[in-house]
Design a protein around this ligand. Structure first.
Ligand code: FES
Length: 101
């Protein structure tokens, strides 16, 4: 069963941006794509860059370290089919954002 944990509120993450959060010892990245929120593993599979601090354009985040790109809605790399990060379920309760670990 998925354990949903409160991570942030909607006002913490402006539209078109992402943020990194530590939740129960795990680093996750949450993105606001036109006021729909998506969560993925924060750790870039290349060398561990913080994806939540990357540049978000539409639903694609660019890793701030060396530019790998991922679709934040599914965690898949947009350039390398072999690379992906975990995509985590998001649940909203009013303005509170919960992520399933
Ligand atoms: S650590 Fe993300 S692209 Fe290198």
């Amino acid at each position: 069963m998925v354990n949903f944990v409160r991570v942030a509120q909607t006002s913490d993450i402006p539209a078109g941006e992402g943020r990194s959060f530590e939740v129960e010892g795990k680093m996750i990245a949450v993105f606001n794509v036109n006021d729909t929120f998506y969560a993925i593993d924060n750790v870039c599979p290349h060398r561990g860059g913080p994806l939540g601090e990357g540049y978000l354009e539409n639903k694609t985040v660019t890793c701030p370290w060396h530019g790998w790109q991922f679709d934040v809605t599914c965690g898949k790399s947009t350039v390398n089919p072999a690379a992906a990060v975990a995509s985590l379920p998001v649940k909203m309760e009013g303005s509170e954002i919960f992520v399933g670990l």
